[in-house]
Design a protein around this ligand. Structure first.
Ligand code: ADP
Ligand code: MN
Ligand code: MN
Ligand code: MN
Ligand code: MN
Length: 353
């Protein structure tokens, strides 16, 4: 499938678009994938109230049956569009059925209620999104065709030819996120070659899920221009290769204040009692990743520890030393829905579910 021609596109992108702006409505489709379509708005948009609800054919996205196929898009957040520039925007939308109920794929609806109930505790999150770049033949980008690169070791935070793959693509995504107002806090090359990570946060409440989904969308769009696929699968390669996670760093107001380690330990105690319920919403195929090897805890064991990368929950060394800060839930898979993850973490630790 087709290439991208920035040289041919450039003069058109410079054409005056009058008072009209382009709004790219994006949403989560029926299989955890991102979808989007564009709408012209005849004035500059500075507020959600200026954006109409919209709809799409849910039978084409596994979100509705053919005989009742309209699914509705309700705008929930606006970001600057790094691809079109100017006053053009990306509109994150939530999906609703024709009877007004949230679509089966809409986990934001409930997460928003949870965050509202817990808002006095001021929950903050920082998510570490790991992902793998694939060639169009579904093999990791830059790996020798028909073979394997040398064993893991030199690639994590690597620098230099033969150690890192597609730094230009990763850099473009980083800048695109900054431009769009995503609170991207960093990037690093990962343990498996052609695997990378970006972090978003700290973000409060529902904005964590919103910003992570938009950051994922920007990544997939940037990679499209490189002709590269993005895999969010938690174990893209069997064998002695690290899987991909979405470590979830979490704190409340109480945890961030001196003496907060007590609240951190209480939260860990509550998390230990709902391990199965958490695993159930922490992503598909996570059993292939949480083997107890490759810096993971086993899917059937709950364990916490200071600076322990084989634990389910890690208390960073510096947090333990200071006596306050945050905890890291290492269990979520790279393909987890951040709305589901942040929802259950707050439910378990603050709403006593
Ligand atoms: P790791 O050492 O596990 O690789 P990273 O540096 O990749 O950790 O990611 C840590 C994440 O935690 C960042 O997104 C950061 O913004 C976030 N973070 C920092 N402080 C807090 C906090 N108090 N509460 C929640 N998240 C936090
Ligand atoms: Mn049509
Ligand atoms: Mn990290
Ligand atoms: Mn990592
Ligand atoms: Mn981590």
């Amino acid at each position: 499938m087709s290439g991208y021609h920035p040289d041919l596109l450039a003069p058109y992108q410079r054409l005056d678009q009058g008072t009209c702006i382009q709004a790219e409505y994006i949403w989560i489709g029926g299989n955890n994938e991102l979808r989007s379509k564009s709408k012209t708005i005849t004035e500059k948009v500075t507020d959600l109230s200026q954006l109409p609800n919209w709809d799409f054919d849910g039978s084409s996205t596994d979100q509705a049956p053919g005989h009742d196929s309209d699914v509705y898009l309700h705008p929930v957040a606006i970001y600057k569009d790094p691809f079109r520039g100017g006053d053009n925007i990306i509109v994150l939308a939530s999906t609703y059925n024709s009877d007004g109920t949230p679509n089966k794929t809409n986990y934001r609806h409930n997460a928003q209620k949870t965050m509202e109930l817990a808002k006095d505790s001021v929950p903050w999150f920082g998510l570490e999104q790991e992902y793998t770049l694939l060639d169009t033949d579904d093999k990791p980008l830059g790996w020798p065709k028909g073979g394997f690169p040398g064993p893991q070791g030199p690639y994590y935070c690597g620098a230099g030819a033969g150690k890192v793959v597609a730094r230009d693509l990763v850099e473009a995504h980083y800048r695109a996120c900054l431009y769009s107002g995503i609170r991207i806090s960093g990037i690093n090359a990962e343990v498996m070659p052609s695997q990378w990570e970006f972090q978003v946060g700290p973000c409060e409440g529902i904005s964590m899920g919103d910003e992570l989904w938009v950051a994922r969308y920007l990544l997939v769009r940037v990679a499209e221009q490189w002709g590269v696929k993005v895999s969010f699968h938690p174990k893209p390669l069997q064998g002695d290769w690290n899987g991909a996670g979405c470590h979830t760093n979490y704190s409340t107001k109480q945890m961030r204040e001196p003496g907060g380690i007590q609240a951190i330990h209480e939260a860990i105690e509550k998390l230990s009692k709902r391990h199965e319920q958490h695993i159930a919403v922490y992503g598909e195929d996570n059993d292939k990743r949480l083997t107890g090897r490759h810096e993971t805890g086993h899917i059937h064991d709950f364990r916490s520890g200071v600076a322990d990368r084989g634990a389910s929950i890690r208390v960073p060394r510096h947090v333990n030393a200071k006596g306050y800060g945050y905890l890291e839930d290492r269990r979520p898979a790279s393909n987890a829905d951040p709305y589901r993850v942040t929802d259950i973490v707050v439910e378990t630790t603050l709403l006593d579910k």
